[in-house]
Design a protein around this ligand. Sequence first.
Ligand SMILES: Nc1ncnc2c1ncn2[C@@H]1O[C@H](COP(=O)(O)OP(=O)(O)OP(=O)(O)O)[C@@H](O)[C@H]1O
Ligand SMILES: [Mg+2]
Length: 129
Amino acid sequence: MLTLDGDLGAGKTRFSQGIARGIGVREIVNSPTFTIIKEYEGAEFPFYHMDVYRISQEEADELGLDEYFYGEGVTLIEWSSLIEDLLPQDRLGIVIENQGEQDRLFRITPSGARYLTWCQEMKENGCLS
Ligand SMILES: Nc1ncnc2c1ncn2[C@@H]1O[C@H](COP(=O)(O)OP(=O)(O)OP(=O)(O)O)[C@@H](O)[C@H]1O
Ligand SMILES: [Mg+2]
């Protein structure tokens, strides 16, 4: 479960496309701003790409978000801070900061034991600072 936040145009969708490729999604991954959720088939599990920028309280209640959050696939949510109260406790929070034409800063905050351990391992092997 990944959450992506950051200013308009920070690169959330672009980064999501990279994650999708890593999961083995062969389809083209576009911004799900108007559909809110798009589902893709990965090599081993599904990829659920969400953008909740325009979500209403009603939609948030109706979409059955928990089925995505606690299901088999990988869920990634752009603009997750807008539905903070509905997010699962265990998640990897990423905030992207635009630092110039080509430069982006990723701030990664793990929540829950699983992601804390993952971040610790990434630090130990030098993948995260
Ligand atoms: N790391 C990067 N380096 C250079 N350009 C980038 C990078 N990431 C994204 N872009 C470009 O910035 C533009 C906006 O990117 P993207 O749509 O991914 O942002 P977003 O954060 O998803 O925006 P929104 O808030 O509208 O959902 C696109 O034209 C994209 O190609
Ligand atoms: Mg986007």
